[in-house]
Write a protein that binds this ligand. Structure first.
Ligand code: KG4
Ligand code: ZN
Length: 346
């Protein structure tokens, strides 16, 4: 089955063509970083308008890259949530309309399920069951993944998501948007061990996270340094280093606890923060010590992309799931509400 996937939940327009027999045929992406940069964060209305501008030209482009015509498409998958309502509506209404015009089925895909299963697009894919650490700009959660659509939530963030904490801390330090990658780059120049940052909620049992305190801790540390006349790039880099190490350590400690709790030998990391190299290294070392293995998608499939939506959409369409003509998108959509899928190869 050949499926066109459309991702438009936030600040990236991503399209891809996935074939159940040949794998990923092509993917294209337009990032809105330049558009939102001057505002220091995503402006929802501008995001929606930009998706409108880019979606159809990108659809033409991805089909051309895949070497197929519209008539060869057998299904359309679009992100239906969670995300920004306006942005979601653009992808969903365009995807649904395309499917109707072509007389093929459409399916609504959960954005986080896309992230969760993105490692399946790689040559060496993880096997079920596994523990997944999903860390993005909007979500931080640990799940026991028993199969497609079978996600048992083990723990989640009680306040800021890990990516959000990266973004807000970077903004406070005046580093710009998007904060995660900029802060991570800055941290490379930081000297370790200058500050003692907490590892939130690691001293008590459970698998939930809380990152908003680390953001405040960073701000207080920076303000103290400014008062003492140390307002310079090296101080910023040192704070970035301490902040990054605290987030990475916390994610590693909780992931280790989750792996031990369910007796898993496989850990999967997905979502935008999964692009963080210090986090990948820390989790790889931890899993080696646990006698298991770590899996993650290539960097470009950690952050938002159309490939993960086309892939999940293909699995769900092949299992017989389709949407009626109505267009439903959801800003919030708990991942535990998804139906299990029994995939048939075709
Ligand atoms: O998954 P994603 O593209 O979008 C959401 O679904 O939210 O994740 C974006 C998040 C942003 O918060 C961004 O700052 C963060 O992932 N991010 C990183 C890195 N690359 C992206 N955070 C830390 N280190 C990175 N290298
Ligand atoms: Zn995402």
């Amino acid at each position: 089955m050949i499926v066109l996937g459309i991702e438009s939940s936030c600040d990236e327009t991503g399209l891809a063509v996935y074939d159940s027999e040949r794998g990923l045929l092509a993917h294209v992406l337009h990032s809105q970083i330049a558009l939102h940069g001057e505002y220091g964060g995503v402006v929802p209305e501008l995001a929606s308008r930009d998706h409108v501008r880019y979606l159809l030209p990108l659809a033409e482009q991805v089909l051309q890259k895949a070497g197929i015509s519209k008539a060869e498409l057998e299904g359309i998958a679009y992100t239906a949530g969670p995300g920004l309502m306006g942005a979601l509506m653009v992808g969903a209404s365009t995807g649904r309309a395309m499917a109707m015009a072509l007389g093929i089925p459409a399916v609504a895909v959960h954005h986080m399920e896309g992230h969760l299963l993105a490692p399946m697009l790689e040559e060496t894919a993880p096997e079920f069951p596994f523990v997944a650490l999903l860390v993005s700009g909007g979500h931080t959660l640990l799940a026991h993944v028993k199969g497609i659509g079978q996600y048992e939530l083990l723990g989640e963030s009680l306040d800021d998501a890990a990516g959000e904490a990266f973004d807000k801390t970077a903004k406070m330090l005046g580093l710009g948007y998007p904060g995660g990658p900029i802060l991570a780059k800055m941290a490379e120049q930081g000297e370790p061990g200058i500050y003692k940052f907490p590892r939130p909620m690691c001293d008590r049992p459970g698998l939930d996270f809380s990152f908003s305190g680390l953001k405040t801790f960073s701000l207080n540390t920076w303000q103290k340094e400014v008062e003492q006349g140390n307002e310079n790039e090296q101080t910023q880099a040192n704070i970035c280093r301490a902040f990054e190490e605290a987030v990475v350590d916390t994610l590693m400690i909780k992931s280790r606890r989750a792996v031990q709790q369910v007796g898993a030998k496989t850990l999967v990391i997905a979502g935008g923060v999964g692009a963080n190299l210090r986090l990948r290294d820390s989790l790889r070392v931890m899993m080696e010590k646990e006698g298991g293995e770590l899996f993650y998608p290539r960097i470009e499939f950690c952050t938002d992309n159309g490939a993960m939506i086309a892939y999940v959409g293909c699995l769900r369409l092949m299992s017989g799931q389709t949407e009626a003509l109505a267009i439903n998108v959801r800003a919030r959509w708990p991942i535990g509400e998804l139906d299990a899928v029994v995939s048939r190869k075709s």
